[in-house]
Design a protein around this ligand. Structure first.
Ligand SMILES: [Zn+2]
Length: 82
């Protein structure tokens, strides 16, 4: 038995939380994204994108605390630009 098998409930909860965060992230991008053609989607080569700047609290000590989340309005592909 591994340590993973010993705490399935905790792992399941963690996974659920991670999944929920991803969904919320996606919703924020769709609702509050700023339309831009500065980025090019790697999936469909469209420049019809929206971006959202997200401050990463865990990176507060560094100067690069902003991550730009980009969402392709054409195919829905999302990626991060740092
Ligand atoms: Zn795309």
């Amino acid at each position: 038995m591994t340590s993973f098998d010993m705490a399935p409930e905790r792992l399941k909860k963690l996974r659920d939380e991670l999944a929920r965060e991803t969904i919320v992230e996606h919703q924020i991008m769709e609702q509050q994204g700023n339309p831009t053609d500065m980025f090019k989607c790697s999936e469909c080569d469209s420049t019809n994108c929206a971006y959202t700047e997200v401050q990463k609290p865990e990176n507060r000590s560094s100067e690069q605390g902003i991550t730009v989340h980009v969402c392709c309005s054409n195919c829905g592909h999302t990626w991060k630009y740092t």
